[in-house]
Design a protein around this ligand. Sequence first.
Ligand code: NAI
Length: 402
Amino acid sequence: MIVAPKIRGFICTTAHPDGCAANVCSQIDYVKSRGPLPHSPKKVLVVGASTGYGLASRIVPAFGGGAATVGVFFEKPGTESKTGSAGWYNSVAFEEAAAEAGFYARSFNGDAFSKEMKEAVVAAIREDLGQVDCVVYSLASPRRTDPESGEVYKSVLKPIGAAYSQKNLNTDTAEVNSVTIEPANEEEIAHTVKVMGGEDWELWIEALADAGAMAEGFTTVAYSYIGPDLTYPIYTNGTIGRAKEHLEESAARINGRFGPGSAWVSVNKALVTQASSAIPVVPLYISLLYKVMKEKGLHEGCIEQIQRLFADHLASGGAPALDGRGRIRIDDWEMREDVQAEVAAAWETVATESLSEISDFAGYKSEFLRLFGFGLEGLDYGAETNPERELPSAQERSDHGG
Ligand code: NAI
């Protein structure tokens, strides 16, 4: 079929298999261009491995460090007549490239919050790799079914305490308007912490450790965000910020059980991903930020961020550099004073008429489309392509009756 983008609000309901593959290949090429990471972990589990930061966290240790990787994600395979999700095609492309390079890669598609998924992944690790020495936790989900009670929790993106009014960008119409978001109630706060906090991260580490699947001296990392004052009410001081506080408490608990230096929280840069495009106000901030950071030669995407995370912190051969609260900060360039001062000044003046001049909304849009495999150079988007693609690891297992 011929695949074209179909955008509905902040999601694109189609994905281009070859475009996603080209995206993955360019990330792999970038990692290879940075040279080997001799201190990289060698057996890595990535939970949330198919898009955004998690996909980059699978590519860097594999193609920089030669690591065997296990990836967990929740994606939709394509059928003959309907495209799958971008994360599905990304994972197929990743596995194909890994196989070609001779790296072990196995993927699990399903609900990472469930007990069944943890059991299946732990069993596969025991069988194929024995143990893992690194676990990256990069889930972003709007809901979670509690594995014990079966209760479904839904996360919300709301301020706490008072309503929040701020400039906002309608990414469909390119209009800068204003948005007012009413504060969350206690139940919404608790639900968001249940979904996006660290409880499930801890359950993963416990399940792996209890089965003897964690190597001595393992590390695990989960991702957080802080950002500027202007998004504090909706992010850091809002419901998602509460969940991120819980993530830090989880890191402390994991370190309490397994020793200091086992668990890290890395604060990453604001980037266009499927998760971040759903947050009010953030797309306008990102559009302004990209303009400033590109002009200063400081812009990074997920792959550059995670390459730096491994090269400078997790796989540097020494201890990671930390802030006063024990977190890794790869948002350091975003948070530089000169960058933030320029973004804040642009924020004051930005309006619909000046959007294209003051911000990099064009960059935002093209990066959003790229997430779904559209707008990549050298691809013939008018050509027929097959939306049905199989994961090589699943194919191989079914060929062997496994
Ligand atoms: P994303 O939407 O690109 O990726 C989410 C991943 O989670 C995908 O692999 C998806 O398949 C997987 N997933 C979702 N629900 C699942 C489930 N029930 N079971 C299994 N897999 C599931 O998100 P992104 O932006 O890469 O976020 C990852 C982490 O990074 C999040 O914790 C986010 O808060 C954090 N972060 C994101 C920033 C951004 O600007 N995008 C900035 C700083 C931190």
